[in-house]
Design a protein around this ligand. Structure first.
Ligand code: HEC
Length: 224
């Protein structure tokens, strides 16, 4: 489908308040059988990664747009949405800044995160070089969700220590203090990415997501 039409549908989906028909159904459908075969901690991380990757790949957020929003009295007003880049796109989706469901990728992502959080303690970080080519010696990190219980370098440790594996194979995992930690590459998945990230080519890594999960009903390290 034409991308501008998809964006239009996404926006009108909000206007009519309907459950969005175009949300991430295909992604869910594809990943469900594969997820079922995974050990539970890996399935939880796969769910988290689906959410964050879908937000990163939603380039509609990088453009200024206007959206119609329904007032309580039934009339509509037009709201300008600011462009959002990099991790800001993810943060605003998680916090529900602005308008609920303003982007096709946000609502399912938030719902999936809430579902995982109901059974797991969850920590999520993004490591990157501000949209430039990844350089493990100088990566900054944005912590997206945080809980007690892991050493300070839980995310930088794996991202730097397994950098080659993550950027080549797409992922790396380890166990730390009873948590399952998995790092995943964020790649330039669309030609659109290259219009701003002009240094690279399709498929190049531009960020590393690091996820840590621990089942809510498991004893913490202290009581083991
Ligand atoms: C309209 C321009 C634009 C497009 C298109 C774009 N980006 Fe970016 N991206 C940026 C800018 C600007 C930054 C730096 C943001 C910052 O550091 O505040 C950035 C940063 C990032 C980062 C690092 C995190 C961060 O906050 O610095 C990742 C990861 C990223 N982009 C992924 C992508 C992917 C994947 C695509 C394509 C699916 C994409 N971007 C498309 C402009 C863009």
């Amino acid at each position: 489908m034409d991308r501008s039409l998809v964006c239009l549908l996404a926006v009108t989906g909000v206007v009519v308040g309907g459950a969005s028909l175009l949300a991430p159904l295909p992604v869910e459908a594809q990943s469900a059988p594969r997820r079922a075969a995974l050990p539970p901690e890996q399935a939880a991380v796969a769910d988290l990664d689906l959410s964050f990757q879908s937000i990163f790949s939603d380039v509609s957020k990088t453009k200024p747009r206007k959206m119609k929003v329904r007032n309580p009295d039934g009339t509509y007003r037009e709201v300008a949405l600011k462009p959002e880049f990099g991790v800001t796109r993810v943060e605003s989706a998680l916090k529900g800044h602005g308008l609920l469901g303003a982007h096709a990728s946000d609502r399912p992502a938030r719902e999936r995160l809430a579902r995982v959080r109901s059974g797991w303690h969850v920590m999520v970080s993004c490591l990157h070089n501000g949209g430039k080519a990844l350089n493990p010696a100088a990566m900054s990190k944005d912590v997206l969700t945080w809980e007690e219980g892991l050493p300070r370098d839980w995310d930088t440790g794996i991202a730097k220590g397994s950098f080659a594996e993550i950027t080549r194979l797409g992922r790396s995992s380890r166990k730390v203090n009873g948590w399952y930690v998995e790092a995943r590459a964020v790649r330039m998945s669309k030609r659109d990415c290259l219009s701003c990230h002009t240094w690279g080519k399709l498929g190049d890594p531009v960020g590393i997501m690091v996820y840590a999960v621990r089942p809510k009903n498991s004893p913490s390290k202290a009581s083991r």
